[in-house]
Each structure stands twice: as C-alpha cells, then as structure tokens.
Design a protein around this ligand. Structure first.
Ligand SMILES: NC(=O)c1ccc[n+]([C@@H]2O[C@H](COP(=O)([O-])OP(=O)(O)OC[C@H]3O[C@@H](n4cnc5c(N)ncnc54)[C@H](OP(=O)(O)O)[C@@H]3O)[C@@H](O)[C@H]2O)c1
Length: 323
C-alpha cells in the first residue's frame, strides 16, 4: 500500500480555491484552522443561531450561513455529525456550485446511502485517523495525523488531486495519506468503534475492575490495576508496536499475558467480532444511529447517566481528588 507524504502531493489543486467547512465541532474547528494556517481561503458554514459563530470568528475564521458559505465555495466539507448528514445535505445541495467538490471525514453517510451526491460533484473522503483536538495540536507542533483518502465520484477529473491536496493542507500528509474507499473506511471504523478500541476495551476494563472488587480487592487498587495502566500499554504500543511492547515489560507480565490473553479473547469473542462486522456491513448500525437521532438521543443520554453513577466512576473521582 502506498503511503503518500507531503513531497508526493501537489498542493496546487487548492490554489485560489475556497473551502467551506460545514460544522465547527471537533473536526470542523481543527480542519478549518489547519487549512487557514496552510494559506487556504476558508469559510465556516453554520446554521442560523449557531453558538459556534462567535468561537470561530474569535479564532480568526470567516463565517457565513450554510447557503451563503456553500454557494461561495469550490469545496464543501461535511463536518457535522454523521446522523444529520442526510437532512443537512438536502439543505445545502441546491447551493453547491456545479462541479464543486464535496468532502467527508467518514465514509458512513455515503456508504450507507444517507447522502447520494449530485452527479456533477466530485466526492472525496479525507478521514484523519484520530480526534480533531489531536489533529490540530499535531499540526501546531509541525507534525501530522495519518489520514485515509478515497474518491467516490470523479465528475471533473480532479477529485483525487483535490482530496490529496486537502489532506496535505490539514497536515495529514506530514504523517501519511493512505488510499481506501468510502465503504472500507466506514466499515472498518464502525467495526473498531463497536468491537475493539471504543467498545471492547472499556467493557474489558469494567469487567476486570468488577471481578477484582467482587473478589475482595479494594476499588482503588482494582481501578489502578485494570484501568490506570491502560495509558502505559497504549504509549508502549505506539512507540514500539505490540511485539516491541512485550519485549520491554517484565517476564512476569509477559508470561501472564501469554497465558491469559487468548483465554479471555477466545474463539467466542472472534465469532462475535465477525457478527459485528457482518451487521455493520448490512447497515444495521447506520440504521440504529438514525433512530437514535430521531429519538433525541434517548439511549445515549441514559447510558451516559448510568456510566456516571457506577462504583468505578466514584473510584476514579476519589483517586483524582475530585470526591
Ligand atoms: N470527532 C472526531 O474527532 C472525528 C474523527 C474522525 C472523523 N470524524 C468525522 O467528522 C465528522 C464530524 O464529526 P465531529 O465529531 O467533528 O462532529 P461534531 O463535533 O458533533 O459537530 C458539531 C458541529 O456540527 C454542527 N451541526 C450539528 N447539527 C447540525 C445541523 N443539523 N445542521 C448544521 N450544522 C449542524 C454543529 O453546529 P452548532 O455549532 O450550531 O451546534 C457544530 O458546529 C463526522 O463525519 C465524523 O464521523 C470525527
């Protein structure tokens, strides 16, 4: 797989072009500021009454209402939450210029049919592989965050060049741009969120904490063992890879990991992971996300409330000196 870096990417396709960043949240803020610092003409596109207008303007960015911003732009980047993309695209579509480029930072809404872009548009993906806060801070340090790019629709013949130049301008090509497709990026990202880093790992930490507490260990020690050490392994894996991480931990920890790891993550876990992937590909998660938005995020609100009232959370607060 080719990994493109700054020297491989021509910035010229964005010369003299105006980019509308639709939404000023986690990704919108970071991408708008990185583009501006890379010398790109940026306008932040916001809905009427948006609380983000003052914040964006005080960061030195131009802002405009959705229709004005989009109609003045050569590239419109969809950086509002995925679950509002369908309605938002319907709203902005009449204002998108003929032959403009429409960009996404996640493949979900195109892969699962929430958005079917007009046929005259170039449609590209530039998905930084991490949160906007880190995308911005890395850029400010002269570094970058790996980004995944793809072209779904090449109406003008320039879609790939614009995607790559965009990835360079937000700093991702400093770390590397990896080619993919909307489908591959969306499916892999949704799978990871459910089964691995954001779904699987926290549940493993909680289960470990509760097992130790039920076994008579103090909540504080259980927390330090099962949750508090996570950043240590994350840093080691980031710096050395998984094999390298194992080489620098004690023989005790390494043998424990060898004996215990595959006992916990057994064939049953792998079978359920495969089920998650199949469900993601069948569009079940995209459907659930739409239902969640339609319900006013009832399930998410309830889960957030419950997570705040656990022994694990109270222990975290005590250890942090917050309670
Ligand atoms: N979070 C990440 O770091 C991350 C990482 C990689 C990819 N992505 C992708 O990046 C995209 C943006 O995600 P995000 O987490 O950055 O979103 P976010 O922070 O939740 O986006 C918030 C922004 O979207 C605007 N917005 C919300 N609903 C809107 C509507 N109906 N009409 C117009 N604007 C609306 C908000 O407007 P107001 O200011 O008016 O409230 C706000 O400016 C998604 O496709 C996501 O999958 C995100």
């Amino acid at each position: 797989m080719d990994m493109l870096r700054d020297a491989d990417v021509d910035p010229a396709p964005l010369d003299g072009k105006r980019v509308a960043i639709v939404g000023y949240g986690n990704q919108g803020r970071a991408q708008a500021l990185n583009l501006k610092d890379s010398g790109i003409d940026v306008v932040v596109a916001l809905r009427g009454g948006s609380g983000s207008m003052v914040e964006a303007e005080s960061a030195g960015l131009q802002t405009a209402l959705l229709d004005d911003a989009v109609s003045s732009a050569d590239v419109a980047m969809m950086l509002a939450p995925d679950e509002v993309h369908a309605a938002l695209y319907r709203e902005i579509e009449p204002h998108l210029r003929e032959g403009a480029a429409l960009g996404f930072s996640h493949g979900l809404s195109v892969r699962f049919g929430l958005v079917t872009p007009r046929s005259d548009l170039d449609v590209f993906l530039l998905a930084p592989k991490g949160p906007g806060t880190a995308l911005r801070s890395l850029y400010q340090q002269g570094k970058g965050m790996i980004g995944v790019w793809a072209v779904e629709q090449d109406a003008t013949g320039n879609a790939q060049a614009i995607a790559l130049a965009y990835g360079r301008a937000i700093g991702c090509a400093r770390a590397g741009l990896i080619a993919s497709s909307f489908a591959e990026e969306a499916e892999a990202d949704l799978f990871n969120e459910q089964a691995v880093v954001w779904g699987g790992v926290p549940e493993l930490l909680i289960a470990g904490f509760e097992t130790l507490v039920e076994g008579g260990v103090s909540p504080e020690l259980a927390y330090l063992e099962c949750v508090g050490e996570l950043h240590l392994i994350a840093e080691l894996i980031e710096a050395r890879g998984i094999a390298g991480m194992k080489e620098v931990i004690s023989n005790t920890a390494e043998l424990g990991a060898l004996l215990g790891g595959k006992r916990i993550v057994d064939d049953g876990v792998r079978r359920r992971m495969a089920e998650v992937l199949a469900e993601v590909r069948a569009g079940r998660f995209a459907e659930a996300l739409g239902n969640e938005e339609a319900s006013g995020y009832a399930r998410l609100e309830e889960a957030r409330r419950k997570a705040r009232s656990t022994l694990l959370e109270a222990t975290y607060q005590r250890l942090k000196g917050g309670a």
